[in-house]
Design a protein around this ligand. Structure first.
Ligand code: NDP
Length: 289
């Protein structure tokens, strides 16, 4: 039977790893702040493990802020030959290609397997997993991914999963900012925002930003921190790099990346992605409530 390890028990990893003991008996969890790994073991029946022991597992998951942290970990604690490293970080395609080539020298497969569905999707075990890398390695790892997935899609070679994830999050960013501008105009004209949302969510302008983010995070002024603004700003940066490296004009994406970078640099460190709206509000004077 396969041994599984999960590295990084943050907002996503904590919930994703919680599903693994349903399907596997040897589930090792590691977190930089180790008390989180111990708490996870107590709550979900996983094993809090040293990093040295975790990287001896057959399948190793990681879910860290950026590719830089993943690369640093792999360089210091290389996985055992024959294992598969499944990186669920929203990372950089070029990093995936670099790491995957390096690990292949030691017969280790690296899959970039970022996820979408927010913390609620992780909790329910219904994440969308977009996978780049070797198809045969994915088939070997599939049963370990399934416990937290609603959809597992192979999207191409190494880095393709990270690329799809970055574009997905860029679309979320575009949608959210555009809803905020549209609703500022409606507010300035005295329109009831709840009624406007009801209409738009039954119409062609709807998106996750209008259906979920606006009512559940913005209009109620809660901005609950489940997905940090600095992580979304990182994702829009990866998306614009994809366009730039292919020499494509992408005016809307470039503008959006700049807006999220500005918001991330100027709002408090612990802001949720939905707080990007506050940057616009500071310009318009229209508070969206
Ligand atoms: P969190 O900030 O909640 O968690 C980050 C995790 O990384 C923590 O376990 C943290 O450990 C660990 N970590 C940070 N720096 C290091 C380091 N230098 N070395 C080792 N471990 C480190 O992030 P999320 O769980 O929200 O996000 C993780 C990834 O998933 C990101 O790439 C994000 O973009 C992506 N994502 C997030 C979603 C969300 O809704 N939150 C949805 C989909 C994807 P410690 O506890 O010690 O701080």
């Amino acid at each position: 039977t396969q041994s599984i390890a999960f590295l990084g028990l943050g907002a996503m990893g904590w919930r994703m790893a919680a599903h693994l003991p349903k399907a596997f008996s040897d589930v090792r969890v590691w977190n930089r702040t180790f008390s989180k790994a111990e708490a996870h073991a107590l709550q979900f029946g996983t094993q809090a493990s040293s990093i040295e022991n975790a990287v001896q597992a057959d399948i190793i998951f990681s879910c860290l802020p950026t590719s830089a942290e993943v690369e640093a970990l792999i360089a210091t604690y290389p996985p055992k030959a024959g294992s598969i490293w499944v990186d669920c970080t929203s990372g950089e395609p070029t990093s995936a290609q670099r790491v995957s080539a390096k690990l292949a020298e030691n017969n280790v497969h690296f899959l970039d397997a970022p996820v979408s569905g927010q913390t609620i999707g992780a909790e329910k075990g219904i994440l969308t997993v977009m996978v780049g890398g070797d198809v045969v390695a994915l088939e070997r790892a599939r049963s370990a991914i399934e416990p937290f997935a609603g959809l597992i899609e192979h999207v191409g070679g190494s880095g393709a999963g990270f690329a799809v994830k970055a574009v997905n999050n860029m679309l979320l960013a575009v949608n959210l900012w555009s809803v905020a501008e549209g609703f500022s105009a409606l507010k300035a004209h005295g329109v009831n925002l709840e009624s406007a949302l009801t209409c738009i969510n039954a119409s062609s302008g709807r998106s996750l930003a209008s259906e979920n983010t606006f009512p559940q995070r913005v209009l109620n002024r809660e901005f609950p921190l489940t997905f940090a603004l600095n992580l979304l700003a990182k994702d829009t940066g990866i998306a614009i790099d994809l366009a730039h490296s292919a020499k494509l004009p992408s005016p809307l994406l470039a503008l959006t990346q700049s807006l999220y970078r500005a918001a991330s640099n100027s709002l408090p460190e612990d802001s949720d992605f939905s707080a990007v709206v506050k940057l616009l509000e500071s310009w318009t004077g229209q508070v969206l409530e």
